[in-house]
Design a protein around this ligand. Sequence first.
Ligand code: KIV
Ligand code: ZN
Length: 513
Amino acid sequence: MADKLIIFDTTLRDGEQSPGASMTKDEKLRIARQLERLRVDVIEAGFAASSNGDFEAVRAIADAIKDSTVCSLARANDRDIARAAEALKGAARSRIHTFIATSELHMEKKLRMTREQVLEQAKLAVRFARNLCGDIEFSPEDGYRSDPEFLARVVEAVIAEGATTINIPDTVGYAIPELYGDFIAKLRARVPNSDKAIWSVHCHNDLGMAVANSLAGVKIGGARQIECTINGLGERAGNCSLEEVVMAVKTRRDYFGLDVGIETSQIVPASRMVSQTTGFVVQPNKAVVGANAFAHASGIHQDGVLKARDTYEIMRAEDVGWSANKIVLGKLSGRNAFKQRLQELGIQLESEAEINAAFQRFKDLADRKNEIFDEDIIALVMDESVSSEQEHFRLLSLSQRSETGERPHASVVFAAGPVEHRAESDGNGPVDASLRAIESAVQSGAEMLLYSVNAITSGSTESQGEVTVRLQHAGRVVNGVGADPDIVVASAKAYLSALNKLQSKIERVAAQG
Ligand code: KIV
Ligand code: ZN
């Protein structure tokens, strides 16, 4: 039997540390459910001690997820570890992931601690954690830039204290595949009790080699866990991308000889969900999940694929969850057909009231758009949950006037709690006028960091526009997403959704790595 490769997803922790990718508790829960459908082995749900919001999100995920292990990050101190254990109490299977930096640079400049102090703190942290949870992961932060001899002492000591997984992060994305693989192989050989733990890789993508480095850590170094994120989301240039690393191991099973338990047909839905939630658009030529990943444009390639698919395709689009823009429902479709399609798409709405509300939105959309695709349904449900979870601001109606040579003018009616507001403004274009109108009434003072529009389905101007607005206020960055066949309306919805998120106050301790 082949060895199993453990897939540890950190979209909700390291991915969320990416500036602008912060998510609400409900958004995280929705993504965690998708990760469970994807059958990832471990979901790193957050960093419980970093904020009350993160604590609640980890707790909600721990309570809801049954098939994956749920993990919380914790710095190597008793308070963080106790907080993680508390948040994970309801989990069917839980893991505490504790870390402390071990590179000279980090110890001296950031922690201002000596080697002996770091070693002692790592031991105490793992000992404390082990009394609260049977599954403990330890990461020496900036491990790849640490002195191998000191690192081996730390790792040996924490395994002796009960750490069950040892994760070696390339925190700053400095590694080169062969060197990183070799580093892990030599480290394992240096640690006398190395066989008592599972070894793991955690690579950042600063030089574009996170996936290659992770694979080398497995192949050369003998690691049996990969830490990764959907769409490679993460700080700076991101983390190792789950879809790429999983499909590499599966497609080249002849080379890696490892089993992964991932349900690959859930990869594209997971990618879409993360992209829609965070507003981080997937580049069209991104491997596996980019819109062009399976598109053959040249005549020679098209001809080859029609004659024999494997002439130019090494994976099948449907195996990773691509469905050919199918018209799935129309305005005559009933509630049962809608509910069944939601199930087929793996979308779980919590209550009958939520299904009814989503169905009503579907009917409204079907009145305006002849063909409803899977992508429309996903956007509609996302939109629905955004507006039902934080519904202080709701768009009621919008009209705008624009004419060549004239300055556009918009008038917007929206609810702020029980109060109805009517606001008007002109602007450079109809979108600008509409958002200025809302802002003139709300006076949030927020700065707009991003405005982006995407067509939900390609190939027709009938498509819904999906707008992401990223706002920053008082040190917080939030994303709002809105979808509608009218992109001005989609923009107003996205703006109001971002304002709703700014309403909820969250304080956060800076996470590392
Ligand atoms: O990149 C890093 O070092 C991390 C650790 C906290 C595991 O994310
Ligand atoms: Zn990291």
